[in-house]
Design a protein around this ligand. Sequence first.
Ligand code: NOJ
Length: 569
Amino acid sequence: MSDANPGTHRERADGSDSPAQVTGAEWWRHAVIYQIYPRSFADGNGDGIGDLRGIIDHLDYIDSLGVDGIWLGPVMSSPQADHGYDVADYRDIDPIFGTLADMDDLIAACHQRGLKITLDFVPNHTSEAHPWFQAALAAGPGSPERDRYLFRPGRGEHGELPPNNWRSVFGGPSWTRVIESDGTPGEWYYHLFAPEQPDLNWRNPDVLPEFSDVLRFWLRRGIDGFRIDVSDAPMKDPGFPDTADEQPLIPKDEASGVHDIYRAFRTVFDSFDGDRMAVVETGAPAEIVALFLRPDEMNLAFNFSFTRSPWDADAIRDAITSALAANDAVGAPTTWVTDNHDMPRSVSRYGTSLRLVGEYVPALDQQAEVDVALGIRRHRAMALLMCALPGTVYLYNGQELGLPNVDDLPEAVLQDPVWERSGHTERGRDGCRVPMPWSGDEPPYGFSTNRQTWLPMPQGWGHYTVENEDADAESMLMLYRRALSLRAIHPGLGRGAIRWLEAADAVLALEVASELEPVVVVVNTGGTPAPLPAEIPVGITILSSDPTVPTGSNVVEIPADATVWLRRP
Ligand code: NOJ
């Protein structure tokens, strides 16, 4: 176990003495973490919704991918208004996912396999069902209970207008008026997201101790770290002024106090043994995000630059160089992300000209034709690029199977609050949350024993099942397994400094440094084969995203929409 603060007392987690647990210092600097969207991974109890038992039953599969750990989407008690991003009890598991005992089993089962387990942590807002919010409603204006949230009187003669003009990121106003205990309309409360997700007042002295204690609760149970939801948002401009663009004013600078929150969380993590970590989620520009990664704050931040870049060599190169520069400046590793539960799956994004609509929750332009086969080729190419780059890779469940987005879910089954809040103008994120296909040729493809899955699964997904891809040497699943197993043993892949090589238009070429053997990574984003960089006109294939280029073969050109890992002859 690393011990950054010798001499200080450090708590041990229940599961931390398991001999198989990975304990390398700062393991998160070059890890591969598999994101599980709990309701969509595997259903263990036949109710059509994924759960903790389902995950435990499929841990061998996760282990077989060659990842270092998992990030589990929110599983704490929640009315599920935003599928768990509305927490009513931060110290319990929601019954749809299981029990605390199931979670303890999952932690132990992960650690037995040497897998890290990280949890989603949602400090910006609670559920409206949280006891604090219920107490705030009951206690009335001016009370200490109300001060834990952001209640304000309305504007207008009778307070009938919201306190300012800020819009919710899910659409509609970001204020909701409450009915006071005497039955009359009263104050308004602020919610960055849905009305069921009231924002906490992080200037209230009760909030930080409570959330620090919640972290301790999970760290004691053996949790290795957290993904912190909307990390940059806890501090709103206290004047709540109107803004020209109706966007909220959420300062992220030192003066805002937001960084003090993360320094306090850091001291909590450091009071435990092991390298407990956190990855921050923020959509802010890279230089702002890097502030959260200073040595006394958090460890990683999602780098969403790939999710916003089109399939274009220059755009991808810029995405890489700007992210590395911003993080290098604070000594933090960079993360590489193409997919998660908030955006259309990249197979579909890469299978069309990127036309995203919707700001916070982008969706593919419904008019756009998606060429899934092309999207899969490009995703394979992207997978090899990501796995070579220095830093930590996040994979979203189903990505390793090459699942496309499901863009034709019937309107009647849509569940994302975005659908209602946008007045049925934005379909929201359900299309990337359809359950995982495990086996067979018909829905529910081994995901559940129940044909009624929480979102319907499409016909024709038989070739995407784990069972099918397991048996196909050229599947996406096998490509990820090969890439991750090479990454795990090669000292340069995922760790080495990179050097850009001169290359033809539409080609991205870089060398990953390694004392043993540098790896040359060449990505061709063009639609026709392209020559290797002039500096290395011939290479020997280590791994290719295009199955027509066998490992060990000499290559002089890269096929269209492909990436090849090469060594010099
Ligand atoms: C970001 C999460 O990824 C998203 O799914 C959620 O809706 C919002 N934060 C609100 O918690």
